[in-house]
Design a protein around this ligand. Structure first.
Ligand code: HEM
Length: 372
């Protein structure tokens, strides 16, 4: 369904006729949903220890999995050369059938990455060609495209960090770069889609549809970012296994930490310390996000407020449940999935509080920031 389009002053009339902000916004929602699915599949890939199963990166031909027994044997032979196999899975008796299972998750994860790339690039080219992209939006879309490309590169660097030397797992630093890039991209997609939706609804005519990142949103976002980083390091170091109790860790509130190699080393590598920080920083993140949610509600974005508060509450409960269950796979995957949904809802709330005056306030044009 097309809606009448009013563009900011200064936009040329020819462009005004052809730009389709709502259609572009809808496409970005679809891509954002695909990214959420991708994050969940990435979680399964990590938690099933599948990430190192494919030892090469062939962007095009790699989309086709081995089809014959000989091809499977060749893939398995390459895997049998890396330390994860020689030191862990080999001695544990991994068979070709076991290998096919871990191969599946890594292959699916990479395939989804390719699909998201196409789902972004092809419509982008089409919208561009027909002039459907509103003025001032192209740069952002190109930046999102670049982030997507970079994500593939980071993903491969992450995998490579687990293939060389004696490493039997990927570097937790690369894992955090990979996960956080995905979450930042997701927030960027949501933000751009919301701006375009506001534009489509005529906000541009009232002095610009673009929201700004205002200080409270930046602060809440920074607090959340720290929590996400800690979470990614906990995940990358398998530090979830450092404790299966809550609130105490190994019968103590503060676990024993190895400080012998300095504070910085401990803060970046010690699984007990990082697990401890992640489980308690969660409550600071909780408070910051509830604060943001209340501001979003005052700005007229009730749905965004509810989304943030539900997601952050659920996320804390899932984190605790994951620990208490001794790292049950389905709980850990849900924790990763809800983490992504939380990021999307925080982007939504931050957009609402930073929307131009009147576009997000009750009694103003409430609908611009509330509801999809
Ligand atoms: C605002 C609240 C929270 C946020 C945004 C958050 C976010 C994250 C993120 C992004 C990860 C990395 C990968 C993954 O999602 O599994 C993670 C991992 C983890 N989090 Fe949280 N978390 C929160 C609260 C908690 C709490 C309260 C606990 C436990 C008491 C917890 C325990 C864990 C554990 C054990 C992992 C590692 C899971 C794994 O290896 O799969 N989290 N968290």
């Amino acid at each position: 369904m097309d809606v009448p389009i009013r563009l900011p002053a200064g936009t040329n009339a020819d462009h005004a006729d052809r730009s389709r902000p709502l259609a572009v916004a809808r496409w970005l929602w679809v891509v954002a949903a695909l990214v959420v699915v991708m994050v969940a599949v990435g979680g399964i890939t990590r938690l099933t220890e599948s990430g190192l199963s494919i030892t090469e990166w062939k962007p095009v031909t790699g989309a086709i999995p081995p089809l014959t027994e000989a091809q499977w044997e060749a893939e398995f032979a390459a895997y049998r050369r890396i330390p994860e196999y020689t030191q862990i899975n080999g001695p544990a008796g991994m068979t070709l059938a076991d290998y096919k299972t871990i191969y599946f998750w890594e292959w699916l994860h990479r395939l989804l990455g390719r699909l998201i790339g196409l789902a972004f690039a092809l419509p982008l080219a089409l919208f561009w060609a027909i002039g459907a992209i509103p003025a001032g939006t192209k740069g952002r879309l190109l930046a999102l495209l670049a982030l997507g490309g970079l994500q593939g590169v980071f993903g491969w660097y992450m995998v490579r960090s687990g293939l060389g030397g004696q490493a039997t797992d990927v570097s937790h630093f690369w894992l955090s770069v990979h996960l956080l890039t995905a979450l930042v991209t997701l927030a960027g997609l949501v933000w751009a889609a919301l701006d375009l939706r506001a534009l489509a609804r005529g906000a541009g005519a009232r002095g610009g549809a673009r929201a700004r990142v205002i200080a409270p949103a930046a602060l809440a976002g920074a607090v959340l970012f720290i929590q996400l980083l800690l979470g990614a390091w906990v995940a990358g170091l398998n530090a979830g296994h450092a404790s299966d109790s809550w609130p105490l860790m190994q019968g103590r509130l503060v676990p024993e930490v190895d400080w012998s190699r300095g504070v910085v080393r401990a803060l970046t590598h010690d699984p007990f310390l990082l697990h401890f920080l992640h489980r308690w920083w969660a409550f600071i993140a909780f408070a910051a996000l509830v604060w943001l949610a209340r501001r979003a509600r005052r700005a007229g974005a009730r749905s965004a407020s509810i989304a943030i508060q539900s997601a952050v509450g659920l996320q804390v409960l899932l984190g605790i449940a994951t620990v208490l269950s001794g790292m049950a796979l389905w709980l850990a995957v849900l924790h990763q999935l809800v983490g992504a949904l939380l990021v999307a809802s925080v982007a939504w709330g931050a957009h609402a509080v930073g929307s131009p005056a009147g576009t997000g306030s009750p009694g103003g044009t409430r609908g611009l920031t509330d509801g999809a």
